[in-house]
Design a protein around this ligand. Sequence first.
Ligand code: PLP
Length: 404
Amino acid sequence: MTTATTYDVAAVRADFPALRAGAAHFDGPGGSQVPRQVAHAVAATLGSPIANRGSVTEAERNADAVVVAARAAVADLVGSDPGGVVFGRSMTQLTYDLSRALAAGWGPGDEVVVTRLDHDANVRPWVQAAAARGATVRWADLDPATGELTPEAVAAVVGERTRLVAVTGASNLIGTRPDVPAITALAHRVGALAYVDGVHLTAHAAVDVAALGADLYACSPYKFLGPHLGCVVAAPALLETLHPDKLLPSTDAVPERFELGTLPYELLAGTTAAVDYLAALGGSDGDRRARLVAGMAAVEAHEDRLRQRVEDAVEELPGVTLWSRARHRTPTLLLTFADRPAAEVSRALAARGVNAPASNFYAIEASRRLGLGDAGGMRVGMAPYTDDSDVDRLLEGLREAQEG
Ligand SMILES: Cc1ncc(COP(=O)(O)O)c(C=O)c1O
């Protein structure tokens, strides 16, 4: 495998069956490829006796063990309490559900803060929940010149009546990593909750929800080498105060009361395997949390080196604009082209087996604020399996697109 100091990308790549199809995947921010360990865990769960959670039969115990293990894994990944890990179909679905539960206590005069940097999944549920309760939405602006969402921009719209601040840990469009601890501190100063969208951030950095000051932190395993589902973590005591709609016979326990219907056990097993995979990138010393912190540091250093390579090369290309400019950011680059739509360049690259889609990627407020309308740009995202040969192919494709 690999250690925190020597990142063996060739060994990582050998673990990803999908890479054998030959494409260079810069589409990780949309959803990462999956190591065979994750696919195996999903298949093994489906190939084992499995029933609804319980303690009588082996099948019931297997289901229960899978859920307990997945909560522990996600808790290790983000530094939280396993008893506050909620799973759901997607971050979007969970955020909608939680927005309704949280907004039950809001009324006219109350305020919710959203930002123009965020993915719409951390904007619209709050805007719509506020409208349903007669509460007011305040918008924290993104600086289009720098790509920054500053604490000052958030402070300008936080007030005594703020009930919740929804902010991203990192932008899935331009990679900006706002100063989340400073922003959540602003929320806490007025007694508001901070809901942090960690979907993009969790794939690229070691996360510590306490250090971020996130009361609720959302992420999606399919962005960090896992299967397609979502999760939200919070302190169990906070979840105890919320009462989502639920079926009469289903448990009222936390966190289960937020997990409507039967959980996807096989995907939970895959999530544990993804977390274990990331931990293994951090070597073999210490507990899983320590290995995850080391593993994500190794991933971050690897991806950042490749980002720098792409950026240096793109600077030399005439007519290419790089929109990812923030001081602190993930290795996620948004590009537009002077003489043709980003979608056209993206299609040309796809024809060469280089996957870098063009869109607003649902960060529609950010795309509009940057002046890119609803078209957005072409996104180039690094992942743990990205290597220099991928970057070579990308740059070659970009140069040819410029010439042709
Ligand atoms: C930053 C960010 N937030 C939220 C989402 C939505 O996640 P999900 O697909 O799990 O609903 C995405 C998906 O692309 C994202 O990138």
